[in-house]
Every structure is written in structure tokens, then in C-alpha cells.
Design a protein. Structure first.
Length: 219
């Protein structure tokens, strides 16, 4: 996949996590639920295509895996430290325990635990995107953490796929991304108007996820 396609996939994954976290708000709206499920289906197909395309590049890359782990650990700890300061400054007793992350903890954690911690820190940064900007964490840094997580996940998974699957995957993403764009631009972005007033946190976090990715896909 191209860097632009990877950025769009990261955006889709982030948007879906935001939607899942707020599922209780829209379970009674059948059209909204169907649109979310359609988006998940397209995203899963894109993830499969990305996995298959990456096969040849992932095999025999132990050195790259170690390098990727180091880069990810450094990003997690830096962002967690800043979030910890923000939590103290704002007396956010809910966020503070989530930001207690050290390099030692990460290096002694399993691969899946490392990814889980990274996702937790990324989610907190995304939820406080405006506040952390005042502490030196830019929108770009949040995006780069998401990219680092995805790359590390790919390296530890090291999927095995047939050449025929690879060729199919190369052809499919363009159409899949077009379907995802339609679901987002023509449906979800508009349906989110339902939550602008009654659920401002959900509304804001959703569009933060959309806008962060738009910024980097256009750069």
C-alpha cells in the first residue's frame, strides 16, 4: 500500500474505535448501525489486503521488528509522560492511572500487551488533542504513533499468504477505499449531526479522528 492508503486505513481504524466506544448512543438508530457495520466490513477487507500485500516484505525482518519496537516504545513513553502531566494539571483522576507507562514495563510486556498499551495512550491523546497541543504533542505526533502501532502489529504478525492472494489484494484496495469514502462522506459524517448537541464529546472525538487523518493525507 502507498503511504496515503496506510494513512486512510489508520483513519478508518481510529474512527471505528470511536464508534465502538460510543455504540450505546446509536444502537436505536438502525440506519446508523447498518452504516457502521458496512464501514467495518470494508475496513476489514482493506486490512486483509494490506496484510497480504505486506507478506513478502515482512518475512526475515527481525532487525526491522526490533527497530520498530524501539521506535514504538519511545513514542508511547513520550506521549504517556506528557499526558500524565496534563492529568495532574487538570486533576483528571481517571486519566492519570492510564498514563503510568515506563520503558521497563513495555519491554517486559508481551507483543499484544505492548499494542494494547499503545492503543490506550493513543486514545487518550486523541481525546485530548487540543489540550496536549499546549504541551508539545502535535496532531502529527498522534498520527505518527498510530502509524508506528500499525507497522509494529504487521511485523509481529508476519502473515503468510499465497502469491495469488497478493495479486488480488493489490487490485482491490482502490475500490475498497472508494467504498469507505462514500460511507464516511455521504453517510456517517452527515448522520453525526444527530449527536452534535446531545453528545458533544462523541461528535467532537469522531471529527477529531476524521480531521487528523485528513491533515496528513493531504500533506
Amino acid at each position: 500500500m502507498t503511504d496515503r492508503q496506510i494513512a486512510k486505513l489508520n483513519m478508518l481504524q481510529t474512527v471505528i474505535r470511536v464508534l465502538d466506544a460510543n455504540e450505546s448512543l446509536y444502537t436505536g438508530i438502525p440506519v446508523f448501525v447498518k452504516t457502521v457495520n458496512d464501514l467495518k466490513g470494508v475496513t476489514q477487507a482493506i486490512e486483509k489486503a494490506e496484510e497480504v500485500q505486506s507478506t513478502a516484505n515482512l518475512q526475515g525482518m527481525t532487525g526491522d521488528r526490533n527497530e520498530s519496537e524501539t521506535a514504538l516504545v519511545n513514542r508511547i513513553v513520550t506521549m504517556a509522560n506528557v499526558l500524565s502531566v496534563l492529568a495532574v494539571d487538570t486533576n483528571n483522576v481517571t486519566m492519570l492511572p492510564k498514563t503510568r507507562v515506563t520503558k521497563s514495563l513495555l519491554y517486559h510486556s508481551s507483543n499484544s500487551e505492548q499494542v494494547s498499551i499503545a492503543r490506550r495512550i493513543h486514545t487518550e491523546a486523541l481525546a485530548h488533542v487540543n489540550a496536549v497541543a499546549q504541551y508539545g504533542i502535535s496532531v502529527g505526533a498522534i498520527y505518527e504513533l498510530e502509524t508506528a502501532i500499525s507497522r509494529y502489529e504487521n511485523l509481529i504478525a508476519a502473515p503468510h499468504a499465497a502469491v495469488a492472494e497478493t495479486e488480488t489484494a493489490v487490485a482491490n484496495p482502490v475500490h475498497l477505499f472508494a467504498d469507505a469514502d462514500t460511507l464516511l462522506n455521504d453517510r456517517l459524517d452527515k448522520l453525526m449531526s444527530l449527536f452534535k448537541m446531545p453528545a458533544t464529546d462523541f461528535y467532537g472525538t469522531y471529527f477529531n479522528a476524521r480531521n487528523i487523518s485528513h491533515t496528513h493525507m493531504q500533506s
